[in-house]
Unconditional design. Sequence first.
Length: 510
Amino acid sequence: MKVEEAPNPLAEGLHDYRVADPAVMIIFGATGDLSGRKLLPALYNLAKQRSLPAGFAVVGAAIDDLTEQAFRKHASDKIHAFSRTQPIDDRVLDSFLSSLSYVKVDFGKLDDFKALGQKLQELDSTNHIPGNRIFYCATPPPTYQTIALQLQAAGLNSGGGFHRIVVEKPFGFDLLSARELTQTLQKVFAEDSVFRIDHYLGKETVQNILAFRFANSIFEPVWNTNLIDSVQITVAEDIGIEGRGAYYDKAGAMRDIIQNHGLQLVTLTAMEPPLAFEANAVRDEKVKVLRAIRPLIGEDIEQSTVRGQYAKGWVLGVQVPAYREEKNVAPDSQTETYAGLRLFIDNWRWAGVPFYIRAGKRLPKRVTEIRIQFKRPPHLTFGREAMKEVDPNAITLRIQPEEGISLKFGAKVPSAGLRIRSVTMDFQYMTSFLVEAPEAYERLLLDCMIGDPTLFTRADEVEAAWALIDPIENAWRSQRPPLEMYAAGTWGPEAATKLLQADGREWHRP
């Protein structure tokens, strides 16, 4: 007799019951790393959760000369290797694989795009899809404009149903190229059909920032300059560049992380309450934050920014090479693998509160977190001796690897005397809900199918971010401030420590 598994009461309400219309998703670069590690496993998990609409189909489009069966075998291998849910449900997988097709596409050949169009018409007829299209560019950023213009030339950006395009960060290399990309995309697709994806915004804890602030009346009243001393945002990685030397040596930590992930976390932490959790309302408030950030110009850049590059060292007990010894990296490279900033937001809520942001590779551990550091009590009621083990109150929002939120506060030590010590109260996603947090791409892909752009980046937001970063990049190319080496496995260059010490503060050690 089969025993029914008892429902998990803590997981009640966790399923997403939003319904997407039938559509075809075309993945350009379908045989590449992003598609194999993230997109195909995410789509499989959406199928397992019954979130994909009836008739949904996927067309892989890449330069590789593959049969349809070979592409399905490739997809199956990647799903087995990278799906967050294990073991694989063979019935769900077989059903999902049957929805996959493949078309060889050379992005420079219009005839290949016309052949893709013929395949889409066949799928429309077979699956009763009313012409709905999602074009996903899982390709290098320089190809985005080429793909968009070829879609237009082949007539694939119009007709019955909706037509959406998804592009991955980085959105341009600077403000000028970002504007050029926007102009091209908006020439082919309406702005509300352009989905600029930054996977950080799909992470549960990133979305939890808004829930934590705006769904709890005890936190929002203290979320301002009156009680907050400073904010620290850390995006640390223990890995190196993982064979991406050709890309990374042109980008660096500022363009790769700070301009997108880092500033996104700033906006969500600092934004005003939106009128509703609706796309334009949320994104309007994020843009206001970016425009309120005090620009760094001239001497401010030298005093408020840090750039470093990792030398050889030890990470997690393994000796690793210096950045300049990595493949496809110039032996005299001046590219930063560590970037640090001190920013101020010139508005009523945040006046005078420094936001410290750091991002780096080959640091001691992989961790992304936002730390809200509160001011010390105005009066030491219990005396200095009793309070010497007490740190200021702090809220830490952990985004990865273990999603959660912790609150640090003072409590009396159980002893005869009166002594106060800092203690921590923890919320962990897995412990509280007894389910694994879904992959960011699962949420974002479903949002794209439904047509909800709330967690995607708008054109004016991209430009506002680049307007802040461009002057810093220009100064860094003139070696202001100078590049400083740091040993792999440490928390970055000495200049990063001095940046906070100059303000009488220190970095939180995750």
